[in-house]
Design a protein around this ligand. Structure first.
Ligand SMILES: *[C@@H]1O[C@H](CO)[C@@H](O)[C@H](O)[C@H]1NC(C)=O
Ligand SMILES: *[C@@H]1O[C@H](CO)[C@@H](O)[C@H](O)[C@H]1NC(C)=O
Ligand SMILES: *[C@@H]1O[C@H](CO)[C@@H](O)[C@H](O)[C@H]1NC(C)=O
Length: 763
């Protein structure tokens, strides 16, 4: 059975490829993808998260406080309990005396929050640069006691560390001194009268490590710590960083004479994450442990590691997947030995059975002397797929969570939630053909130095903790896909199209027949008879008026084409197709008719908007958008467009010479405003690395909602056109007046005066 699971897992992972842009994007507070936020004004830096086993309570380490939040209701997060835990003024002063900033460094920032037994939580906080620890009764949410900690969490609020409690014992990996340069991996609260154990500091076992994560392997009774450190095994490269995994045995008691109260089981191995012919991703940002599927061996436990590269110039990251079995194999293999004089690593020629093993409490001094200096494995841990499963050349991912889910086809898929430095959560599905970024959701505004992410698989929610508060992001919102084709094209394993209810919904909700095609997104086959005919919106306009027909992309990956039965193709000079998808042209007898906007994605075409453009009967005031029922032109850009068509009649014969200049000025101002607005828009886009972000990129195209994307190309053309017309009129009028003056000096001056009222009327 095990091999088949392995094959299945291998299939799930798929090969690597650079990640395509997100299919859909949601900015913060998007109505389409609502999030639940907890961030009362008196709560700050909610950066350490711990979810209760039943998924109904979220414990949060904040600034000067520990909170318990009720997250049992999907749509609201409420405060259940809060314990204040702040340093006294005297302690803050003493922190300040040591050269620390009282508001930035000296509050108590919680680094560790772990269950220590069935009733209590253990917490460790930076506490005015003097780490303290506390026990909190989980039910009543009251603090029992607190004292100065002994190197169980960092002094600095910004230094990373990791901790894990197993059977009431606490294992920590942290810097342990004020300057933050002395690393230590320790066991605390040791049971059965055995001593607390930590690293032998007589040998340099770790070089400037940054700890990111830890996990336990109950079957082997081991713990693993993931970190990045300076690798000194290659003496020819300075400051080469290496991603590592270190092991210790849970029940290690240290040696009898050699290595007393020190780990006899400590060993470390490199984690490789590299695409062929590329520089390695060698800096570990985070690791998520994905437990094996129900009923399969713990050997199939997977570790999803997010990496960046020491050498990359831009934001770049990769996700590599490692298997517990491979890690075990590497630690059971051969080791290198450190020459304690020269600090050079050499391969150990003979294999020693005891290296990397548990239970060396009674081992001989000579064996332990060998253990002491042979703690780096000869082999490296390679990822399951030989290379990354996700490579992103535009994003720096900092945190990861993974979940396995069964899709409508009965097959299991792995979905990753990756947090970007710029504040977006990326939902990535690992398909056989490669990774696909199906959603991008903004979860915070400012880049965060400290943040965390926790996934509740029971509730289907990802919690993100930052200095801005705690945000709950449901793993999926299927109802945003409003047609069968959109539901299928979304390729979201959490969603399917219910044939009986004709809605896109979460899979577990019923035993309905669900339509989905994750591998191919084959709409044609899956959505037969499900396609609704799109209604054509009537647009009435005046002759010579600029008509702009909006069309919204159903996804960032779709391409839009305009068609019309009257024209072979609409790329002719008469038509302008803007970057926002809209089509603009001058209303004329030849251009009245029907227009369709078609979106193509994955080879599937669907008409997303249809218009019938005809001449307006009444002479005054028209607005094509007002005829498309729900079309609302609310943003400044469209306001500008309305300016053109309503206030500046395009009938050149009516344009007065005197006011033409003003009109021109007005255009210029308006145009400049718009350029500024558009630049703002593009600034936002570039800040998230060129991704095409739209607040409502997923909008119901059938109801014909208005796109709110910014583009000024069409306006530029239109304005230029109008300017040219104005100038022509001006010149003509000027010539006319000049002639009148020249020829008719003898003319009745009244004629000249009569001109003015006429001008006023037109204005
Ligand atoms: C849990 O740990 C706390 C703190 O050490 C202790 O006071 C309490 O009695 C323990 N509870 C149980 C059930 O062991
Ligand atoms: C060491 O050996 C003694 C006696 O043989 C045994 O009682 C003890 O449990 C052993 N300790 C360890 C750590 O294996
Ligand atoms: C705490 O929050 C503030 C913003 O409210 C932020 O500037 C600071 O970096 C945060 N500190 C930590 C340790 O997260």
């Amino acid at each position: 059975m095990a091999p088949s699971v392995v094959v299945l897992l291998l299939c799930l992972l798929g090969p690597a490829g650079s990640l395509p842009p997100p299919r859909t994007s949601f900015l913060l507070n998007s109505a389409d993808r609502p999030l639940v936020h907890f961030g009362p004004p008196d709560v700050h830096n909610t950066t350490t998260l711990l979810l209760s086993n039943d998924g109904s309570t979220l414990y949060v380490g904040a600034r000067d406080a520990v909170l318990s939040l009720d997250v049992s209701q999907g749509d609201v997060i409420s405060l259940k309990g809060k314990v204040e835990w702040r340093p006294s003024q005297a302690e803050v002063n003493s922190c300040q005396d040591k050269g620390k900033n009282p508001t930035v460094d000296c509050p108590n920032f919680i680094h560790v929050l772990q269950p220590i037994n069935s009733t209590h939580l253990y917490a460790c906080g930076s506490y005015a640069y003097s780490p303290h620890e506390a026990y909190i009764e989980a039910e009543s949410f009251s603090m029992l006691q607190h004292d100065g900690a002994k190197g169980r969490c960092p002094f600095s609020p910004f230094q990373r560390n990791t901790a894990i409690s197993v059977d009431g014992e606490l294992f920590t990996a942290s810097m342990t001194d004020f300057r933050g340069v002395k690393p230590q991996i320790s066991r605390h609260f040791s049971k059965n009268n055995r001593p607390d154990v930590n690293l032998d500091l007589s040998v340099s076992l770790l070089e400037e490590p940054v700890f990111v994560s830890s996990t336990s392997d109950p079957a082997e009774k081991k713990l693993y710590f993931f970190f990045t450190e300076v690798g000194n095994e290659f003496s020819f490269v300075d400051d080469l960083k290496m991603a590592r995994v270190a092991q210790v045995c849970k029940d290690d008691v240290g040696g009898q004479r050699t290595l007393q109260k020190k780990w006899t089981s400590f060993a470390k191995a490199s984690l490789l994450c590299q695409s062929p012919k590329q520089l390695p991703f060698n800096v570990l940002q985070d690791v998520f442990t994905l437990q094996p599927p129900e009923g399969s061996s713990s050997l199939d436990t997977l570790f999803y590691g997010v990496f960046s590269s020491q050498w990359s110039l831009g934001p770049q990251s990769a996700v590599c997947v490692f298997r517990l079995q491979d890690i075990r194999t590497v630690f059971a293999g051969s080791y290198r030995t450190l020459d304690l004089e020269t600090h050079q690593w050499k391969p150990l020629l003979e294999k020693h059975w005891y290296l990397g093993k548990c239970g060396l409490g009674n081992a001989s001094d000579s064996d332990l002397a060998e253990v002491k200096r042979s703690f780096l494995t000869s082999s490296d841990v390679k990822p399951v797929t030989d290379g990354p499963v996700v490579v992103s050349s535009g994003q720096r991912y900092s945190r990861v969570a993974a979940v396995r889910t069964e899709a409508a086809n009965g097959k299991e898929y792995t979905v990753l939630f990756l947090l970007t430095e710029s504040g977006f959560l990326h939902k990535v599905v690992l398909f056989d053909q490669g990774a696909s970024l199906i959603e991008e959701i903004q979860v915070f505004r400012e880049p965060q130095l400290v943040k965390s992410i926790v996934l509740s698989s029971t509730k289907g929610v990802v919690y993100v903790g930052t200095s801005e508060g705690v945000t709950a992001v449901p793993v999926a919102k299927c109802s945003i896909y409003r047609s069968c084709s959109q539901c299928v094209l979304a390729r979201d394993p959490f969603c399917g199209w219910s044939l009986s209810r004709e809605v896109c919904s979460a899979l577990d909700s019923s035993s309905d027949a669900m339509v989905q095609d994750l591998e191919n997104g084959n709409v044609e086959e899956k959505c037969q008879r499900q396609a609704r005919a799109s209604q054509s919106a009537e647009v009435s306009v005046h002759l010579n008026e600029v008509v702009r027909l909006p069309c919204l992309k159903p996804s960032n990956l779709a391409t839009l084409t305009w068609t019309s039965p009257q024209f072979e193709n609409l790329t002719e000079k008469l038509f302008i197709q803007s970057a926002d998808g809209s089509l603009s042209f001058l209303a004329a007898a030849a251009t009245f008719g029907t227009y369709h906007c078609e979106a193509e994605e994955d080879g599937y075409k669907v008409v997303v908007a249809s218009y019938t453009v005809g001449q307006m009967a009444s002479p005054r005031f028209m607005n094509p958008s007002s005829h498309g029922d729900k079309h609302h032109m609310s943003n400044s850009e469209d306001g500008f467009y309305e300016d053109i068509i309503t206030e500046e009649p395009l009938n050149p014969t009516k344009l007065p010479s005197g006011d033409a200049q003003d009109g021109g000025d007005e255009f210029t101002t308006n145009f400049n405003d718009k350029t500024a607005a558009s630049k703002e828009g593009s600034g936002l886009k570039s800040s998230v690395d060129g991704l095409n972000l739209t607040a409502t990129s997923r909008t119901d195209t059938w109801s014909g909602q208005q796109p709110v994307e910014k583009s000024y190309f069409s306006e530029l053309v239109v304005v230029s056109l109008l300017l040219v017309i104005c100038i022509c009129v001006l010149v003509l009028a000027g010539v006319h007046t000049w002639r009148q003056r020249k020829t008719g000096l003898k003319m009745d001056p009244l004629v000249g005066r009569e001109l003015s009222p006429e001008l006023k009327v037109v204005e």
